[in-house]
Design a protein around this ligand. Structure first.
Ligand SMILES: NC(=O)c1ccc[n+]([C@@H]2O[C@H](COP(=O)([O-])OP(=O)(O)OC[C@H]3O[C@@H](n4cnc5c(N)ncnc54)[C@H](O)[C@@H]3O)[C@@H](O)[C@H]2O)c1
Length: 399
Protein backbone atom coordinates (compact mmCIF):
# COMPACT_ATOMS: atom_id res chain seq x y z
CA UNK A 1 0.00 0.00 0.00
CA UNK A 2 1.15 3.53 -0.72
CA UNK A 3 3.13 5.53 1.83
CA UNK A 4 1.52 8.93 2.45
CA UNK A 5 3.28 11.89 4.03
CA UNK A 6 0.96 14.29 5.83
CA UNK A 7 2.70 17.56 6.62
CA UNK A 8 0.85 19.26 9.47
CA UNK A 9 -0.46 15.82 10.44
CA UNK A 10 -0.57 16.78 14.13
CA UNK A 11 -3.03 19.53 13.32
CA UNK A 12 -6.77 19.62 12.91
CA UNK A 13 -7.41 18.59 9.28
CA UNK A 14 -4.12 16.67 9.12
CA UNK A 15 -4.90 14.40 12.06
CA UNK A 16 -8.34 13.48 10.73
CA UNK A 17 -6.81 12.82 7.32
CA UNK A 18 -4.20 10.60 8.98
CA UNK A 19 -6.92 8.62 10.79
CA UNK A 20 -8.87 8.03 7.59
CA UNK A 21 -5.74 7.03 5.65
CA UNK A 22 -4.90 4.46 8.31
CA UNK A 23 -8.47 3.13 8.29
CA UNK A 24 -8.22 2.68 4.52
CA UNK A 25 -4.96 0.73 4.87
CA UNK A 26 -2.39 3.36 3.80
CA UNK A 27 0.96 3.68 5.51
CA UNK A 28 1.34 7.13 7.03
CA UNK A 29 4.18 9.43 8.03
CA UNK A 30 3.68 12.83 9.65
CA UNK A 31 5.98 15.85 9.42
CA UNK A 32 5.02 18.51 11.94
CA UNK A 33 6.98 21.05 13.98
CA UNK A 34 4.25 21.28 16.66
CA UNK A 35 3.97 25.02 16.15
CA UNK A 36 3.55 26.53 19.63
CA UNK A 37 0.62 28.76 18.66
CA UNK A 38 -1.32 25.64 17.65
CA UNK A 39 0.12 23.19 20.18
CA UNK A 40 1.23 25.14 23.29
CA UNK A 41 1.05 21.88 25.26
CA UNK A 42 3.24 19.89 22.88
CA UNK A 43 2.47 16.73 20.94
CA UNK A 44 -1.24 15.96 21.01
CA UNK A 45 -2.36 12.62 22.43
CA UNK A 46 -4.52 11.80 19.41
CA UNK A 47 -1.57 11.02 17.12
CA UNK A 48 -1.84 7.25 16.55
CA UNK A 49 0.89 5.02 17.97
CA UNK A 50 1.84 3.24 14.75
CA UNK A 51 2.51 6.39 12.76
CA UNK A 52 6.01 7.45 11.84
CA UNK A 53 6.23 10.95 13.37
CA UNK A 54 8.98 13.26 12.12
CA UNK A 55 9.37 16.35 14.24
CA UNK A 56 10.56 19.01 11.85
CA UNK A 57 9.87 22.07 9.79
CA UNK A 58 8.48 21.99 6.26
CA UNK A 59 10.67 24.93 5.32
CA UNK A 60 13.82 23.07 6.32
CA UNK A 61 15.41 21.11 3.48
CA UNK A 62 16.86 18.38 5.72
CA UNK A 63 13.62 17.88 7.68
CA UNK A 64 11.49 17.77 4.56
CA UNK A 65 13.98 15.49 2.78
CA UNK A 66 13.98 13.09 5.74
CA UNK A 67 10.18 12.99 5.79
CA UNK A 68 9.83 12.65 2.02
CA UNK A 69 11.99 9.54 1.68
CA UNK A 70 10.13 6.73 -0.21
CA UNK A 71 6.85 8.63 -0.10
CA UNK A 72 4.24 8.02 -2.82
CA UNK A 73 1.63 10.63 -1.95
CA UNK A 74 2.01 13.94 -0.10
CA UNK A 75 -0.72 15.87 1.67
CA UNK A 76 0.85 19.28 2.21
CA UNK A 77 -1.30 20.66 4.99
CA UNK A 78 1.25 22.34 7.29
CA UNK A 79 0.79 26.08 7.16
CA UNK A 80 1.03 29.32 8.99
CA UNK A 81 -2.46 30.73 9.31
CA UNK A 82 -3.44 33.60 11.51
CA UNK A 83 -4.66 37.18 11.41
CA UNK A 84 -1.30 38.62 12.50
CA UNK A 85 0.55 41.21 10.39
CA UNK A 86 3.71 39.06 10.04
CA UNK A 87 3.09 38.91 6.30
CA UNK A 88 6.41 37.39 5.25
CA UNK A 89 5.81 34.37 7.43
CA UNK A 90 2.79 33.27 5.39
CA UNK A 91 4.86 33.27 2.24
CA UNK A 92 7.88 31.66 3.89
CA UNK A 93 6.04 28.82 5.60
CA UNK A 94 3.27 28.13 3.12
CA UNK A 95 4.62 28.96 -0.32
CA UNK A 96 8.34 28.33 0.07
CA UNK A 97 7.66 24.90 1.53
CA UNK A 98 5.50 24.02 -1.49
CA UNK A 99 8.33 25.03 -3.81
CA UNK A 100 10.82 23.06 -1.71
CA UNK A 101 8.66 19.95 -2.06
CA UNK A 102 9.00 20.14 -5.83
CA UNK A 103 12.72 20.90 -5.60
CA UNK A 104 13.33 17.75 -3.61
CA UNK A 105 10.93 15.57 -5.56
CA UNK A 106 12.51 16.31 -8.92
CA UNK A 107 16.10 16.26 -7.64
CA UNK A 108 16.08 12.53 -6.87
CA UNK A 109 13.13 10.55 -8.18
CA UNK A 110 14.43 7.25 -6.73
CA UNK A 111 14.73 8.63 -3.26
CA UNK A 112 11.48 10.61 -3.50
CA UNK A 113 9.13 8.63 -5.76
CA UNK A 114 6.25 11.10 -5.24
CA UNK A 115 3.36 10.42 -7.63
CA UNK A 116 0.78 12.87 -6.33
CA UNK A 117 0.67 15.96 -4.11
CA UNK A 118 -2.48 17.33 -2.51
CA UNK A 119 -2.10 20.94 -1.40
CA UNK A 120 -4.25 22.59 1.25
CA UNK A 121 -5.46 25.75 -0.37
CA UNK A 122 -8.24 27.94 0.96
CA UNK A 123 -11.39 29.85 0.14
CA UNK A 124 -9.15 32.83 1.00
CA UNK A 125 -7.82 32.58 -2.59
CA UNK A 126 -11.19 33.93 -3.71
CA UNK A 127 -11.12 36.81 -1.21
CA UNK A 128 -14.49 38.56 -1.04
CA UNK A 129 -15.79 36.29 -3.80
CA UNK A 130 -18.12 37.43 -6.57
CA UNK A 131 -21.05 39.86 -6.51
CA UNK A 132 -23.76 41.10 -8.79
CA UNK A 133 -24.45 44.81 -8.92
CA UNK A 134 -28.20 45.16 -9.65
CA UNK A 135 -27.80 48.81 -10.77
CA UNK A 136 -25.06 47.87 -13.28
CA UNK A 137 -27.30 44.95 -14.33
CA UNK A 138 -30.17 47.30 -15.23
CA UNK A 139 -32.26 46.24 -12.24
CA UNK A 140 -31.73 42.48 -12.53
CA UNK A 141 -31.26 40.89 -9.11
CA UNK A 142 -29.28 37.80 -8.14
CA UNK A 143 -31.22 34.91 -6.63
CA UNK A 144 -30.57 34.55 -2.88
CA UNK A 145 -27.51 32.49 -1.99
CA UNK A 146 -29.85 29.76 -0.73
CA UNK A 147 -31.62 29.65 -4.10
CA UNK A 148 -28.28 29.67 -5.91
CA UNK A 149 -27.19 26.67 -3.84
CA UNK A 150 -30.27 24.70 -4.81
CA UNK A 151 -30.13 25.77 -8.48
CA UNK A 152 -26.43 25.56 -9.29
CA UNK A 153 -24.68 25.42 -11.65
CA UNK A 154 -27.21 27.23 -13.84
CA UNK A 155 -27.98 30.02 -11.35
CA UNK A 156 -25.63 32.51 -12.98
CA UNK A 157 -26.69 31.80 -16.56
CA UNK A 158 -29.07 34.78 -16.92
CA UNK A 159 -26.97 37.37 -15.11
CA UNK A 160 -25.14 39.92 -17.30
CA UNK A 161 -21.42 39.24 -17.10
CA UNK A 162 -20.55 42.97 -17.08
CA UNK A 163 -22.47 43.42 -13.81
CA UNK A 164 -20.58 40.61 -12.02
CA UNK A 165 -17.76 42.05 -9.94
CA UNK A 166 -14.87 40.49 -8.05
CA UNK A 167 -14.45 43.07 -5.29
CA UNK A 168 -11.30 44.04 -3.50
CA UNK A 169 -11.23 43.84 0.31
CA UNK A 170 -13.52 46.38 1.96
CA UNK A 171 -11.67 49.65 2.70
CA UNK A 172 -10.77 50.15 6.35
CA UNK A 173 -12.56 53.54 6.42
CA UNK A 174 -15.79 51.85 5.41
CA UNK A 175 -15.39 49.24 8.16
CA UNK A 176 -14.62 51.94 10.73
CA UNK A 177 -18.00 53.48 9.87
CA UNK A 178 -19.65 50.13 10.55
CA UNK A 179 -20.72 49.73 6.93
CA UNK A 180 -20.29 46.03 6.36
CA UNK A 181 -21.81 45.27 2.96
CA UNK A 182 -19.75 45.31 -0.23
CA UNK A 183 -20.35 48.30 -2.49
CA UNK A 184 -19.94 48.40 -6.26
CA UNK A 185 -16.65 50.07 -7.22
CA UNK A 186 -18.26 51.34 -10.42
CA UNK A 187 -21.56 52.90 -9.26
CA UNK A 188 -21.36 52.65 -5.44
CA UNK A 189 -24.58 50.59 -5.32
CA UNK A 190 -25.26 47.74 -2.89
CA UNK A 191 -24.29 44.40 -4.38
CA UNK A 192 -25.60 40.86 -3.98
CA UNK A 193 -23.35 37.87 -3.28
CA UNK A 194 -22.90 35.05 -5.77
CA UNK A 195 -21.64 31.54 -5.18
CA UNK A 196 -17.86 31.43 -5.42
CA UNK A 197 -16.54 29.34 -8.26
CA UNK A 198 -13.02 27.98 -8.60
CA UNK A 199 -12.39 30.62 -11.28
CA UNK A 200 -12.87 33.44 -8.75
CA UNK A 201 -9.37 34.60 -7.78
CA UNK A 202 -8.89 37.67 -5.61
CA UNK A 203 -6.95 36.93 -2.45
CA UNK A 204 -7.16 39.85 -0.02
CA UNK A 205 -4.61 38.78 2.60
CA UNK A 206 -1.00 37.59 2.72
CA UNK A 207 -2.39 34.20 3.74
CA UNK A 208 -4.66 34.05 0.68
CA UNK A 209 -1.82 35.19 -1.56
CA UNK A 210 0.46 32.51 -0.11
CA UNK A 211 -2.18 29.90 -0.98
CA UNK A 212 -2.76 31.21 -4.50
CA UNK A 213 1.00 31.12 -5.10
CA UNK A 214 0.91 27.46 -4.01
CA UNK A 215 -1.82 26.80 -6.58
CA UNK A 216 0.31 28.37 -9.32
CA UNK A 217 3.37 26.35 -8.32
CA UNK A 218 1.26 23.19 -8.16
CA UNK A 219 -0.15 23.74 -11.62
CA UNK A 220 2.98 24.86 -13.42
CA UNK A 221 5.58 22.64 -11.76
CA UNK A 222 3.21 19.70 -11.38
CA UNK A 223 2.48 19.69 -15.11
CA UNK A 224 6.08 20.39 -16.16
CA UNK A 225 7.52 17.55 -14.08
CA UNK A 226 4.52 15.23 -14.47
CA UNK A 227 3.68 15.08 -10.79
CA UNK A 228 -0.13 15.28 -10.56
CA UNK A 229 -1.29 17.81 -8.00
CA UNK A 230 -4.66 18.71 -6.50
CA UNK A 231 -5.42 21.96 -4.66
CA UNK A 232 -8.22 21.88 -2.13
CA UNK A 233 -9.85 25.19 -1.30
CA UNK A 234 -11.35 24.40 2.08
CA UNK A 235 -13.91 26.86 3.41
CA UNK A 236 -14.48 27.12 7.19
CA UNK A 237 -13.70 23.72 8.66
CA UNK A 238 -15.26 22.70 11.97
CA UNK A 239 -14.90 19.73 14.27
CA UNK A 240 -12.99 18.09 17.10
CA UNK A 241 -9.27 18.89 17.61
CA UNK A 242 -9.44 22.37 16.10
CA UNK A 243 -6.80 24.33 18.02
CA UNK A 244 -8.14 26.17 21.05
CA UNK A 245 -5.37 28.72 20.86
CA UNK A 246 -4.88 30.39 17.49
CA UNK A 247 -7.16 33.11 16.17
CA UNK A 248 -7.61 31.35 12.89
CA UNK A 249 -9.46 28.37 14.33
CA UNK A 250 -12.71 30.18 13.94
CA UNK A 251 -16.06 31.04 15.29
CA UNK A 252 -16.83 27.69 16.94
CA UNK A 253 -13.72 28.04 19.12
CA UNK A 254 -14.51 31.62 20.07
CA UNK A 255 -18.17 31.08 20.90
CA UNK A 256 -17.65 27.74 22.66
CA UNK A 257 -14.79 28.99 24.85
CA UNK A 258 -16.84 31.98 25.97
CA UNK A 259 -20.01 30.01 26.71
CA UNK A 260 -17.95 27.36 28.53
CA UNK A 261 -16.67 30.09 30.84
CA UNK A 262 -20.14 31.59 31.25
CA UNK A 263 -19.51 34.59 29.04
CA UNK A 264 -21.73 35.60 26.12
CA UNK A 265 -20.42 34.88 22.62
CA UNK A 266 -18.95 37.98 20.98
CA UNK A 267 -19.94 38.52 17.35
CA UNK A 268 -17.80 40.57 14.94
CA UNK A 269 -19.42 43.00 12.48
CA UNK A 270 -23.19 42.45 12.73
CA UNK A 271 -23.28 38.65 12.66
CA UNK A 272 -25.10 38.55 9.31
CA UNK A 273 -22.01 37.30 7.43
CA UNK A 274 -22.83 34.20 5.36
CA UNK A 275 -20.45 31.26 5.53
CA UNK A 276 -20.43 27.67 4.28
CA UNK A 277 -18.98 25.73 7.17
CA UNK A 278 -17.84 22.17 6.60
CA UNK A 279 -17.14 19.28 8.94
CA UNK A 280 -13.58 17.98 9.15
CA UNK A 281 -14.68 14.39 8.41
CA UNK A 282 -16.17 15.55 5.12
CA UNK A 283 -12.87 17.30 4.39
CA UNK A 284 -10.85 14.16 5.17
CA UNK A 285 -13.09 12.15 2.80
CA UNK A 286 -12.53 14.74 0.09
CA UNK A 287 -8.77 14.53 0.62
CA UNK A 288 -8.78 10.78 0.12
CA UNK A 289 -11.10 10.92 -2.85
CA UNK A 290 -8.73 13.11 -4.83
CA UNK A 291 -5.75 10.80 -4.34
CA UNK A 292 -7.81 7.85 -5.52
CA UNK A 293 -9.51 9.51 -8.51
CA UNK A 294 -7.32 10.48 -11.47
CA UNK A 295 -9.94 12.92 -12.74
CA UNK A 296 -8.80 15.18 -9.90
CA UNK A 297 -5.25 15.48 -11.26
CA UNK A 298 -4.06 19.06 -11.86
CA UNK A 299 -7.37 20.45 -10.60
CA UNK A 300 -8.48 22.97 -7.98
CA UNK A 301 -11.60 22.19 -5.94
CA UNK A 302 -13.80 24.19 -3.63
CA UNK A 303 -14.41 22.08 -0.53
CA UNK A 304 -17.38 23.64 1.22
CA UNK A 305 -20.44 22.49 3.10
CA UNK A 306 -22.92 23.58 0.42
CA UNK A 307 -25.17 25.40 2.88
CA UNK A 308 -25.10 29.08 3.84
CA UNK A 309 -25.54 30.08 7.48
CA UNK A 310 -24.89 33.34 9.27
CA UNK A 311 -22.51 33.82 12.16
CA UNK A 312 -25.49 34.67 14.37
CA UNK A 313 -27.08 31.36 13.43
CA UNK A 314 -23.91 29.61 14.57
CA UNK A 315 -24.16 31.50 17.88
CA UNK A 316 -27.75 30.23 18.33
CA UNK A 317 -26.73 26.66 17.49
CA UNK A 318 -23.93 26.92 20.03
CA UNK A 319 -26.30 28.27 22.71
CA UNK A 320 -28.63 25.33 22.07
CA UNK A 321 -25.80 22.79 22.12
CA UNK A 322 -24.63 24.08 25.51
CA UNK A 323 -28.20 24.66 26.77
CA UNK A 324 -26.99 28.18 27.58
CA UNK A 325 -29.22 31.24 28.06
CA UNK A 326 -26.29 33.58 27.17
CA UNK A 327 -27.30 35.77 24.22
CA UNK A 328 -24.56 36.92 21.82
CA UNK A 329 -23.24 40.46 22.14
CA UNK A 330 -22.33 42.64 19.15
CA UNK A 331 -19.76 45.25 20.23
CA UNK A 332 -19.34 46.56 16.65
CA UNK A 333 -15.83 45.18 16.34
CA UNK A 334 -14.26 43.84 13.17
CA UNK A 335 -11.16 41.98 12.09
CA UNK A 336 -8.95 43.17 9.27
CA UNK A 337 -8.80 40.35 6.74
CA UNK A 338 -12.32 39.03 7.32
CA UNK A 339 -14.62 38.66 4.34
CA UNK A 340 -18.29 39.54 4.24
CA UNK A 341 -20.29 36.76 2.55
CA UNK A 342 -18.32 33.80 1.27
CA UNK A 343 -20.15 30.69 0.11
CA UNK A 344 -18.44 28.37 -2.35
CA UNK A 345 -19.96 26.39 -5.17
CA UNK A 346 -18.86 22.82 -4.41
CA UNK A 347 -20.39 21.25 -7.53
CA UNK A 348 -17.04 20.53 -9.18
CA UNK A 349 -16.02 18.21 -6.33
CA UNK A 350 -19.53 16.75 -6.10
CA UNK A 351 -19.24 15.75 -9.75
CA UNK A 352 -16.54 13.28 -8.60
CA UNK A 353 -19.06 11.62 -6.29
CA UNK A 354 -18.32 13.46 -3.02
CA UNK A 355 -21.08 15.00 -0.90
CA UNK A 356 -20.76 16.82 2.40
CA UNK A 357 -22.62 14.52 4.79
CA UNK A 358 -22.53 16.26 8.16
CA UNK A 359 -24.88 19.19 8.80
CA UNK A 360 -23.67 22.31 10.59
CA UNK A 361 -25.83 21.58 13.65
CA UNK A 362 -23.97 18.30 14.05
CA UNK A 363 -20.59 20.06 13.63
CA UNK A 364 -21.50 22.35 16.48
CA UNK A 365 -22.86 19.59 18.72
CA UNK A 366 -19.74 17.47 18.10
CA UNK A 367 -17.40 20.38 18.82
CA UNK A 368 -19.31 21.32 21.96
CA UNK A 369 -19.04 17.80 23.37
CA UNK A 370 -15.32 17.75 22.59
CA UNK A 371 -14.48 21.13 24.09
CA UNK A 372 -16.20 20.24 27.35
CA UNK A 373 -13.71 17.38 27.76
CA UNK A 374 -10.66 19.63 27.21
CA UNK A 375 -8.47 21.08 29.93
CA UNK A 376 -6.68 24.41 29.65
CA UNK A 377 -9.57 26.13 27.91
CA UNK A 378 -9.13 29.31 29.97
CA UNK A 379 -5.69 29.86 28.37
CA UNK A 380 -7.36 29.96 24.95
CA UNK A 381 -10.17 32.24 26.07
CA UNK A 382 -8.63 35.70 25.66
CA UNK A 383 -5.18 35.05 24.17
CA UNK A 384 -6.03 35.20 20.45
CA UNK A 385 -8.20 38.30 20.89
CA UNK A 386 -5.54 40.02 22.99
CA UNK A 387 -2.91 39.42 20.30
CA UNK A 388 -5.20 40.64 17.52
CA UNK A 389 -6.03 43.80 19.49
CA UNK A 390 -2.36 44.51 20.26
CA UNK A 391 -1.45 44.06 16.59
CA UNK A 392 -4.16 46.37 15.27
CA UNK A 393 -6.11 43.50 13.67
CA UNK A 394 -9.20 43.60 15.88
CA UNK A 395 -10.70 47.08 15.61
CA UNK A 396 -13.75 48.97 16.80
CA UNK A 397 -16.26 50.98 14.79
CA UNK A 398 -15.63 54.72 15.32
CA UNK A 399 -18.98 56.11 16.35
N1 LIG B 1 -9.17 24.91 9.28
C1 LIG B 1 -9.70 25.60 8.28
O1 LIG B 1 -10.85 26.09 8.40
C2 LIG B 1 -8.95 25.77 7.00
C3 LIG B 1 -9.58 26.49 5.95
C4 LIG B 1 -8.89 26.66 4.76
C5 LIG B 1 -7.63 26.13 4.58
N2 LIG B 1 -7.03 25.46 5.62
C6 LIG B 1 -5.68 24.92 5.40
O2 LIG B 1 -5.67 23.55 5.76
C7 LIG B 1 -4.41 23.19 6.32
C8 LIG B 1 -4.59 22.56 7.69
O3 LIG B 1 -5.24 23.50 8.52
P1 LIG B 1 -5.64 23.14 10.02
O4 LIG B 1 -6.87 23.88 10.34
O5 LIG B 1 -5.57 21.68 10.21
O6 LIG B 1 -4.46 23.83 10.79
P2 LIG B 1 -3.74 23.44 12.17
O7 LIG B 1 -3.08 24.69 12.64
O8 LIG B 1 -4.65 22.72 13.07
O9 LIG B 1 -2.64 22.40 11.67
C9 LIG B 1 -1.49 22.79 10.99
C10 LIG B 1 -0.36 21.92 11.47
O10 LIG B 1 0.81 22.31 10.76
C11 LIG B 1 1.88 22.37 11.68
N3 LIG B 1 2.87 23.32 11.17
C12 LIG B 1 2.73 24.67 11.07
N4 LIG B 1 3.85 25.20 10.56
C13 LIG B 1 4.69 24.18 10.31
C14 LIG B 1 6.00 24.10 9.80
N5 LIG B 1 6.69 25.19 9.43
N6 LIG B 1 6.57 22.88 9.69
C15 LIG B 1 5.90 21.77 10.06
N7 LIG B 1 4.66 21.79 10.59
C16 LIG B 1 4.06 22.98 10.70
C17 LIG B 1 1.27 22.80 13.00
O11 LIG B 1 2.08 22.43 14.10
C18 LIG B 1 -0.07 22.06 12.95
O12 LIG B 1 0.01 20.81 13.57
C19 LIG B 1 -3.60 24.48 6.33
O13 LIG B 1 -2.79 24.48 5.20
C20 LIG B 1 -4.62 25.57 6.24
O14 LIG B 1 -4.10 26.74 5.66
C21 LIG B 1 -7.67 25.28 6.81
Amino acid sequence: MALCLVTGGAGFIGSHTVDLLLRRGYEVRILDNLQPRVHPRGKPGFIPQGVDFVLGDVTNRDDLGRALRDVDVVFHLAAYQDYMPDFSRFIHTNTESAALLFELAIADRDRYPVRKIVFASSQAVSGEGAYLCPSCAGGIHAPSIHDQLSARPSSRANLPAAAIHIPRPRPIDQLKRGEWEIRCEVCGGKMEPLLIRESTISPGTAYGISKYAIELLADRLGRRYEIPTVCMRYTYVQGRRNSLYNAYSGVARRFALRILHELPPVVYEDGQQLRDYINVHDVARANLLVIEDERANHQVFNVGGGRAVTVLEIASMMQRAFGSPLEPVIPREFRLGDTRHTVSDNSKLRALGWEPAIPVEQNIAEYTEWIKEQSGTREGLEEAERMMRENGVLLQVER
